[in-house]
Design a protein around this ligand. Structure first.
Ligand code: SAH
Ligand code: SF4
Length: 342
């Protein structure tokens, strides 16, 4: 059966025609779906007969909340969802001055194997469909009663390893007939699959690309990110250049601060050299400790010194604020704990 929420309006129209229904029904159905209805029965402007036909032909996915953790400090909410087949994924809802931002997962697990990341420690279980990624947002809106204004694809999974579904999700979520979140309010974070970055550039989207750089030298980067063996820093930076030249969108470089590993003064210097003349911005992220990893967060003075060293060389860098410090489990840890419990 077809997952109905993964369909675009055009595809739904096609389906209606095949079912002998009027194409305008597609718009009505699309609207209900993107409001987060939990059954076809709720689509009250459709006939009973059509609702029954839809239920026969399509699957309507409705993720269930397994756990909801609310930060007492800043109201950040971390969700653990159970999907239709029993798999669990995480999403986070954060409050900023300018609105509500959500961080969503794109895969169940991840196969990129970064040493510091809890999401990848059990490998990849499966891709999420476009509709399932959308569901995380629809059901966070429904659960919280808040309207989402910004999206970051920074939960579990490597978005560019699930390219087609993620691309479709981007179209669905920015569709004017749906929840209509502008592409400029969406960021996609990648560990650096260079050829997919170039492919993405060709889609001419207005989204922000975030690149998880985390080290300015191949030796260090390869030791914590296996993807670097396939795409070296030089190759990755070539893809980033192409992305900017093609889309005109500045790139955001994520740089994780790990004590004695990525925070050494020569690395700040090397990073500045690497990024010189490239329109972009550096986000310094204090490492979240993960049980199975020996890496530790940098000391605050080291982060400050690193930031100053970059700024002195003309590279703008901000230290990412940690939201929900009291519920702070590094990306993927909620799901991991659930797996261990089972
Ligand atoms: N797979 C994509 C997006 C999901 S990970 C990527 O790797 O970019 C989102 C971000 O969290 C990435 O920048 C990733 O490197 C970072 N991250 C993962 N584990 C972390 C940890 N323990 N501490 C700090 N950042 C971490
Ligand atoms: Fe996958 Fe990103 Fe975690 Fe690396 S950091 S294992 S790419 S989710």
């Amino acid at each position: 059966m077809i997952e109905i929420k993964s369909l675009t309006i055009q595809e739904l129209k096609q389906e209606m025609t095949e079912m002998g229904e009027k194409p305008f029904r597609a718009g009505q159905i699309f609207k209900w779906l993107h409001e987060g209805v939990e059954s076809f029965e709720e689509m009250s402007n459709l006939s009973k007969a059509l609702r029954a036909k839809l239920a026969e032909r399509f699957v309507l996915t409705v993720p269930q909340v397994v756990r909801r953790q609310v930060s007492q400090v800043d109201g950040t909410v971390k969700y653990l969802w159970r999907m239709r087949d029993g798999d669990c994924v995480e999403s986070v809802l954060m409050h900023y001055e300018h609105g509500v931002s959500v961080c969503v997962s794109t895969q169940v697990g991840c196969r990129m194997g970064c040493k510091f990341c809890a999401s990848g420690q059990n490998g990849l279980k499966r891709h999420l469909s476009a509709g399932e990624i959308l569901d995380e947002i629809l059901f966070m809106q429904k659960d919280s009663g808040e309207k989402v204004s910004n999206i970051v694809l920074m939960g579990t999974g490597e978005p560019l390893d699930n390219y087609d579904n993620v691309l479709k999700f981007l179209h669905l979520v920015s569709c004017p007939e749906g929840i209509n979140i502008g592409q400029r309010h969406i960021s996609l974070s990648t560990s650096g699959i260079a050829d997919k970055i170039e492919r993405l550039a060709g889609e001419k989207l207005q989204i922000t690309l975030s690149v998880s750089l985390h080290a300015p030298d191949d030796e260090t980067r390869s030791s914590i990110m296996p993807v670097n063996d396939a795409y070296s820093i030089e190759r990755l930076m070539q893809a980033c250049r192409y992305y900017f030249d093609t889309t005109g969108r500045r790139i955001s470089y994520e740089y994780m601060m790990a004590d004695g590993k990525t925070d050494r003064p020569w690395q700040a210097e090397k990073l500045a050299k690497l990024l010189r003349g490239r329109p972009g911005h550096v986000n310094l992220i204090p490492l979240n400790e993960v049980e199975e990893s020996p890496l530790r967060p940098s000391r605050p003075e080291a982060v400050r010194r690193f930031q100053q060293a970059l700024e002195k060389r003309g590279i703008t860098a901000t230290v990412r604020r940690r939201l929900g410090p009291d519920i702070d489990a590094a990306c993927g840890q909620l799901r991991r704990r659930e797996l261990q419990r089972q």
